[in-house]
Design a protein around this ligand. Structure first.
Ligand code: FES
Length: 102
């Protein structure tokens, strides 16, 4: 497992997200309260990209059926999602954001 540079901090404002390809794996990178977090990019319920969801209070709401996840922990918070999201380690060095390869 390696740290992979995936973005610059200035690319995302708070409560924004983007989808990344990290070593062939879909990852969503979120900025919450000036910290960065990464989860699998795909909702655990069906086929929807969580980076296109609504981010508020450290949670992301899936754009397809409005299931919600805790961005920090990946925990599924409300129906219809029941399976937690996988999370990925993130570190910041200066303006550079790294994600641990899945
Ligand atoms: Fe995300 Fe259904 S696809 S809640």
């Amino acid at each position: 497992m390696n740290w992979i540079k995936v973005a610059s901090a200035r690319e995302l404002k708070n409560d924004e997200a983007k989808t990344l390809n990290v070593a062939g794996h879909g990852v969503a990178l979120f900025r919450v309260d000036d910290e960065f977090f990464a989860t699998d990019s795909m909702c655990t319920h069906a086929t929807a990209l969580l980076s296109e969801g609504y981010v508020e209070d450290g949670c992301v709401e899936c754009p397809l059926h409005q299931g919600r996840f805790d961005i920090r922990t990946g925990k599924a918070l409300c129906a219809p999602v029941t399976v937690d999201l996988r999370t990925h380690a993130v570190k910041q060095e200066g303006d550079d954001i790294y994600v641990m390869s899945p």
